[in-house]
Structure formats: structure tokens, C-alpha cells
Design a protein around this ligand. Sequence first.
Ligand code: PEP
Ligand code: MG
Length: 876
Amino acid sequence: MEEKKYVYLFSEGNASMKNLLGGKGANLAEMTTLGIPVPQGFTVTTEACNKYYDDGRVIANEVIDEIYEKMHELEKITGKEFGNVERPLLVSVRSGARASMPGMMDTILNLGLNDESVEAMAKLTNNPRFAYDSYRRFIQMFSDVVMDVEKRLFENLIDEMKEENNVHLDTELTADDLKELVKRYKALYKKEKGEEFPQDPKVQLIESITAVFRSWDNPRAIVYRRLNDIPGAWGTAVNVQEMVFGNKGETSGTGVAFSRNPATGENAIYGEYLMNAQGEDVVAGIRTPLPISKLQIQNPEIYKQFEDIVNTLETHYKDMQDMEITIEDGKLYFLQTRNGKRTAQAALKIAVDLVEEGMLTKEEAILKVEPKQLDSLLHPNFDETELKNTEVIAKGLPASPGAASGKIAFTAEEAKLRAENGERVILVRLETSPEDIEGMIAAQGILTVRGGMTSHAAVVARGMGTCCVAGCGAIKVNESAKTVEVNGKVLTSEDWLSIDGSTGNVYPTALKTVAPEISGYFATFMGWADEVRKLKVRTNADTPKDTMQAVEFGAEGVGLCRTEHMFFAEDRIMAVREMIVAKNEEQRRKALEKLLPMQKGDFVGIYEALEDRPATIRFLDPPLHEFLPHSDEDIEALAKEMGLTFEDLKATVESLHEFNPMMGHRGCRLAVSYPEIAEMQTRAVIEAAIEVKNNKGYNIVPEIMIPLIGEIKELKFVKDVVINTIKAVLEETGAELEYKVGTMIEIPRAAITADEIAKEAEFFSFGTNDLTQMTFGFSRDDAAKFLNAYYENKIYEQDPFAKLDQNGVGTLVKIAVEKGRATRPDIKLGICGEHGGDPSSVEFCHNIGLDYVSCSPFRVPLARLAAAQAQVKNPR
Ligand code: PEP
Ligand code: MG
């Protein structure tokens, strides 16, 4: 067997080797092949990283030997020598995963410097200040990034030095000062680590490479990977590259450039540079960089070369490039290039422009925009500059995107009242329940301590397009004292909070928001996505308003109307409660009679908003006690209103209490116990359809969906009630109407017996929220409490309630698809769990041949794009 190769010179690779060399390494190799001036070096592969972990977090000797070998070759290429005291070769060490990952290790520059080579540098450059400044920066970076010695300790030493010398700026320190500072840095290192600062460049190098591998698993990187759907198994590569210096004098400089404007997408080179500086000076804001267009005036020859290379790179990669350059003694180098990060607006403009310029096909362009990025186009965002200067006091789950500021409101009623008085509020709750709905509508944003990505707060907020941060365990809410404690601060209802539902960040102040702007590029681009995709996209909506919003975003029907959400409105909760506390069927029917016209009215509104599009109406699902008050005070008030005694009502509430309500008396079980509820709902669905058909001429084909089926006979029982009611209504009205009766597949037993269930069900809709909950055996509302420990211990990489667990839950879905189709080849198949709005889960749904996905209105554009991308990647 040929021996595995773990290290590649830049001249040995190319862009197609991204999985092995990482994005940065593959692009450095590609640029080398293209003849672009790149400081040379080598890449230690992602496989070496994986081996490091497999071997118990050590770099194997064979890999170390290969690194030394390549270092030797690099010495030949550069004519310099690693550790040499006359012509020292200095390198940078940087991480470089397949996808760019800002959560990982910082760069180490000037590696190879030691007490001797620093002197050589001083002589070679005739600039001892520069040499010692480079050395002290290296000691600081190496100690901080590789050896975990706090940066602050070094910064204290610089501050002391400046004080002693009575100067304010680092740049005012002389070569001798910096020489002395190096001594102090090394002493600090020895004190902290119990050994001398490593003088052997080989030791410096191997320690640094090890640190990059280690950083793949630091908590920041794990969080970043989870948010960006990057598998832990990819590993990171490490790039070792010859240093070139932009701070050697007035003919040297450093810069960053984009081939197009990353904020607007405008087709003009955009960038900044500084002469006589290192990249760090730009980042640290010590000096203000100049716009790259100035370079054209300052040095037209270099600018021309720069511009040519930028154009070559963009044409070569067929995408906007983000590049780092250095000019050393009048010679231009490209230190890296990559597809540039861009705002959503820019992403759309660039994708459309590249097609119009003939560089990309529509299919290729479809892959250039991240579906999740579309979120920021549909919701307000915080002002970037304000954000930069604001402390994050806590972080929760990014449950529903957008940005909102408001004063703290502790209850739904309070939120509603204060909002009516013109105040902006953030509703802060331990967790929300259906009773909070009006407060949730009134609030600018919702923050909960508990609950995961499919908790009530998350699902409802996403449906409304309201920003929500859920499961933010770092805040302590004292509901009776009306205080929030966070990070040692106590906040009251007079304090402002800002929450970012796209990052999960919480800020202790009011921040400015910027309204989203939708350009013509959005429509053009989404039109292309619609031309390409095979998967249909419906929406989860319970009100005419949400339905209309979704249709505007391109929804092709309602995939899930949760009828219970209609029951909480102020004007009907009383009738709902009467229905629940009814002592017998007669009382219950009376209450249901009151509900019927209201429920029918809701459906009329939804059908009208949909025009001819299909609507799946799901029958009542949650446990009944959710509709009842729980505190003695509220029970007392309700008893009075209903003409019952407190004891009587309290006893009813208690009798409805359940230990595991999620697995209790809910879903189709309600209709089995009280068929009259299903009767009323059927009547409302059918009468509304007839009415809209007659009045508006729309061809409504209602799809009645029975939830939480686990056994065919359950479905048969409820379906009989439904069919008999439909027959009765059609007879009474003399109308004709097409309709469908189907079920949700959200209990593992239903998936496994889907061939039987399909005998009675004309369609399946996968309720992957419950299916995930029941397959994993943990509750969607409580999982947030322990999932973090699972991420930290690498048991899970992702929240299975946000991203479909394809191995487990996905297998159940696939089984049900196969079995369902075996019984009923034309069975309609969709998904309506929250996964219907997650890009990778949408791709899965495409791949297994579902007919549609259904998601909350604000995620409809994202799902349309994800479905188109799935078709481009895997045509069906
Ligand atoms: C589901 O379980 O996936 C679903 C859509 O139903 P709900 O979230 O209302 O339980
Ligand atoms: Mg469900």
C-alpha cells in the first residue's frame, strides 16, 4: 500500500483538493498553479488533523517527519533557512478548514524568531525596532494562542513600559524599549509555564500546528459549527507560509480587498490598505487604512498588477473573492483568496449579475446564496456599528430571526397593556404557553429562559415573524419580584433589553434596528429557484394574516393549520373552557355550538387568502388543561364568570392534570374521547369551504388531518366521525365538494405501520417535532437544558429539533414513505415539523421524494431556495 501523504507543498495541490487541504490551502495551491505571486509554503492536511484526534490528541512521528521534510523543501524554494542566524526563514501558521470558520484559532505570525534570529532580522532589515517588535508580537501570540497564557498579562507589561517611558502609543516605544520588553515577556512566560520560551523553531512549529488541531474542538468552534452546519468529522488543515513583511518601509504595505463590494454587491473592487504596516495594525485600528483606489495614484504599476490578478481570480473562481495582499519592498504578494462573505443583498445582486455577465448558469447561481441568509432580508437587523460597541450579556438559542429592543415585560398581560400605551417591550418569560399569545403578539421580541428550538415560544414566534431568543439559561427571572438577574446585574421593567434572534445574543441596552430592504434582485433570483425546484413549499399558518404573508413569500398552500391556536383568542377562550369543563356531552355540544361559527369564520379567512391553493387543517391537538387557568386566583375569577364554585372548577382543573402531557390526553385521543369536537371542526372546515367556493368561485379541496395517530383503528374511528359529518353537511346543503382525509405521522409506531395507516389516509404529513421527541425519548421543551452538555461532549453536533436526525428519525420517515407508497402509490407526502424550514432537512425531503415541505411564513423563501439547491445537487 502506498504510504499516506499528510503534507503538501502549495505547488503540489489545487482547488479540487479542498476537502483534504481546506479552503485556504486549496486556494493557495491553485493560485500557485495559476502563477500568481504567493509566498510559498505547505499545508498539513485535514486527514492529519483527524489522525491527531484518532491517535489520542498527538501528532504522529510520521506526520512530524513529513512536516520537517516539507520545511526543508520550502527552505530550498525561498533560499532561507528555518532557525538560521543569517538568513532566517520566518513563517505564519494559520488554520484552514473546508469552510471558513471564524470561531477557530487566531493566526500566528513571525514564527521562527528567537534570541539569535531576531538579531539577524535587525541586521538584514537595518531596522532593529521592527525586528524586536516582530519578536515581541510573536512571543505574545504564541503564548496566548498556543500556550494559553493570557494576552492581558502581556498587555499589562506594555502598559507598564509606556508608563515608565512616559509615552502613550506602542509606536513611540524605541528599539531598546522593545528589546527590554522582550526580556520581560520571556520572564513572564517562564513564570507562567515553568520553562523557558522555546528557542527551537521546530518546537515552535510543531506546538503551533498542534494548537491549530486542538482549536478545531474549542467551544467557540463547536458552537460555530453547530450554527453553520459544519460536521466535526471534517477536521481542519494547517497552512505554514513564508512571512512577507508589509512593514519594512515606505515601499511595503498591506491590504485586504474584495473583487466586488461585499455590502452592496456593486461590481467594483473594494478594499483598504496601508503602507508600512502589518495586517495587525489595520485590524487593531491603530492607523486608519486608505481606500484601495488610492493605491492607483500612489503606485499605478503595482495597482495594475493587483487589479489584473483580482480579475483573474474572480473569473477563475466564478465568484466574488476576498483577498489579502502584502507588498514587500515593492513586490506584490497575494496571501490568500476565498469566496467572500457578503450581506444577503450583495449575495443576490452578485448571483444575478454573474449570470447576466455570462459567468454562471442560473443553476450555478442558485448555489451561491446561503438559504439561511435570506432571513436577514425579511427581518429587521441591528445597526452593525452599534453592535460592535455593545456587550453581549447572555446568549440563548437563535429561535426566531430578527432584532428587537424594548423594556422588560414579565407577563403577557403586562406586555399587552404596555404595548397598547405605546411602549416597546420584550416579553421575558421562564417559558411561554398558549395563554401568552396576545402578549407575544404585542411584544417586539420574546426571550425565554427555558425551551428549545421547537418550544412553544420558538414555534409561535417564527410563525409570527417575531424575533425570539429561547432557552437562555444565563438569565434568572423572578416573576413575582419582577426582576431579571443576568451576569451579576439586576434589571427591572424599567430597563431595556435588545435581543437578536439570528444569533441568540442578548444586550442590556436599547439598540437601533434597520428595516430590511427587498430589491428586484430578490424576485429575479427566487424566480430562478422556483423554475428549478421539484419540491413544493407550503406554510404552517393559523390565521388569514399569516397565510397572506406566506403567500406573498411564495407559499403554495397551507401544510399545517394548527386549529388550537385559534382557541386562545380573547373572544373564544370562554367557550373553549366551557367545552372543557362540561360535565356531559350535552353541555359540551352547547359550548361547541358557540365555537362553530367562530371556527368557520377562521377557515373562510384562510381559504380566501389562499385562493385556489390547498389547505391542510389539523384537528385539535394539545392537552385540554393547556386552555385552563392554573393559579387559584385565576381559577376563582373564571369560576365566577362561568357561574361555578371555586372548588368545583379547581377539582376539574386538577383532574385534567397530567404527569406527561406531551404523551397524555392529546391529539386524536381527544377526538376518540369526545367525537363531538371532531364533528364541530369538520363542520366548520366543510361549511367554510362550501361558502368560499360559492361566494368566490375558488376550488377549495380541504385536507383534514388527524394528529398523533399510532394505530390504524384510531384513525379509522376518527375518520368515520369526519366522513359521517361531511356527508351530513353535504346532504343538508346539497353542495358538492372534494376533500381529503389524512394523518400526521409523528409517532414511531405510525411510521412503522405506515402500510396499514395508508389504507385509511389519503396523505401523510410528517410531524417531525413529535416524531423527534418520541424517537429520542426526550421532550422538545426540556431538551435545551441538557443539549449543551451533549454538544460539549461531542455526543450530538446539532439540535435534532432544528436539524432532522437523518440517521434515526429520517430512517423512520423513509420507512413510512416506502410503506405508504406501497399501499397507496399516489399518496401525497409532506413534512410540517419545524424541519420543513431547515435547509439540510429540506434537502433530505427532496432526496427521499416528498411532495412538499411546510414551514412558517418567514421561512418560505428559504425553503424555496433550499429545495432548488437540492434539485441542482441531486436532480430528481
Ligand atoms: C409536529 O409534531 O411536528 C407538528 C408539526 O405538530 P406540533 O408541533 O403542533 O406538535
Ligand atoms: Mg405534533
